[in-house]
Design a protein around this ligand. Structure first.
Ligand SMILES: NC(=O)c1ccc[n+]([C@@H]2O[C@H](COP(=O)([O-])OP(=O)(O)OC[C@H]3O[C@@H](n4cnc5c(N)ncnc54)[C@H](OP(=O)(O)O)[C@@H]3O)[C@@H](O)[C@H]2O)c1
Length: 343
């Protein structure tokens, strides 16, 4: 990367294909349309999008559910991986392959499920070796969030010798990548899933030492359980998180990023005041640049691209609604990459 002298990121009006969410009688709905680049915000860097992905938030936005889309009309897609076609930002020049997770994409600014995107250069990360652009999209927000979870645990002092780490929602995007990442980084991983029989072999192949049924974690009225794990990466919330905290060893740390089960936290203060545990929230959207870089470096060190390929399927832009419906029905596994240029 060298400084780019071009002073126009986004010039002549041009047509492009993309998903767009618009107001509808019962809220909002998304359609695939021919759009004009005049709708894009004036940001310092313009990307030709190669890949996006389908995350839980994208599924909510595409299926007209509330909680993600904060303005209309809006191009959905919280991830974007693509090629710089113009930039006023000193870090980037034409042809650089970059990736961006969150930063408001697909929530309060146009996102990645379209052939063109405008972004702030200060948020971008260069696609790091050993990943191809498609693999960077497979990592996406889910993998980026898993990496932020591991960074948070290690900032609290967690190390492999302190004991196992529990990953909840292990069959999903965040969970699958968390299992692979933690295992490669030397942790003993306990993977909790609602589909233990179906996913046992897959999670073991990713590096899980044990696969447990998430029903086993429900607190059953007891605020404290046997101390089993030293850390937790939770993506589901609800009673599963309460159970994960009940089984956390003294001075252990849990991170929570998601609410796939519930946004409620039917927990108890006893793990905090009798075992000195910590619970840390993860917000991938507003992550500062330094931490973005650190998370991607961690992924480059500890996420085997071949394992990533094994939990990824790739779909064309037109197929994202079916993928979103399956994800909200809890039928998804691993990661879904959207090849924005495929027809
Ligand atoms: N805070 C952030 O920055 C951030 C970033 C990324 C994601 N998230 C959130 O993290 C969560 C997971 O995202 P994802 O992309 O991994 O989604 P995903 O691929 O759909 O995975 C979610 C997993 O959660 C489990 N699950 C689903 N319904 C459940 C239920 N009723 N009770 C318990 N577990 C259930 C399932 O795991 P099993 O198949 O193993 O049963 C499912 O595969 C979502 O809530 C998402 O919004 C937050």
């Amino acid at each position: 990367m060298t400084a780019n002298t071009a002073n126009t990121a986004h010039t002549a009006s041009t047509g492009f294909t993309g998903w767009i969410t618009r107001e509808s009688p019962d809220g909002h709905s998304a359609t695939l349309e021919e759009l004009d680049s005049g709708i894009l915000e004036d940001r310092d860097t313009t990307l030709r999008v190669h890949y996006s992905s389908v995350n839980y938030k994208d599924a909510l936005a595409l299926q007209g559910r509330p909680g993600v889309v904060r303005r209309l009309p809006l191009v959905p897609g919280i991830d974007v991986t693509g090629e710089v076609v113009g930039s006023r930002h000193p870090l980037w020049r034409e042809g650089d392959m970059v990736t961006l997770n969150g930063a408001g994409l697909g929530e309060d600014r146009h996102g990645g499920l379209a052939e063109l995107a405008t972004v702030d250069g200060g948020d971008l990360v260069a696609v790091p070796a050993p990943f191809t652009p498609a693999q960077a999209a497979a990592v996406g927000t889910a993998g980026f969030t898993a990496a932020l979870g591991l960074l948070a645990l290690e900032r609290q002092g967690l190390a492999p010798e302190h004991g196992p780490v529990l990953v909840t929602g292990a069959g999903g995007g965040v969970g699958s990548i968390a299992v692979a990442l933690l295992a490669h980084a030397g942790y003993e991983v306990i993977a909790a899933t609602g589909r233990p029989e179906l996913l046992h072999d897959r999670l073991t192949a990713l590096g899980a030492a044990q696969v447990v049924d998430r029903a086993e974690l429900a607190p059953k009225g007891r605020p404290l359980a046997k101390q089993r794990w030293a850390g937790v990466v939770d993506a589901v919330g609800g009673p599963v998180l309460a159970g994960a905290l009940a089984g956390l060893r003294h001075s252990g740390t849990a991170t929570t990023c998601g609410n796939a089960a519930s946004a409620e936290f039917p927990g108890n203060v006893l793990p905090f005041i009798l075992r000195g545990v910590a619970l840390i929230g993860i917000d991938s959207v507003r992550t500062p640049r330094g931490r973005r870089e650190a998370a991607w470096q961690l992924l480059a060190r500890h996420l085997d691209p071949a394992l990533l390929d094994g939990v990824t399927r790739t779909i064309p832009l037109a197929a994202v609604q079916d993928a979103a419906a399956g994800m909200l029905a809890g039928q998804g596994t691993g990661r879904i990459v959207v090849d924005v240029r495929a027809r």
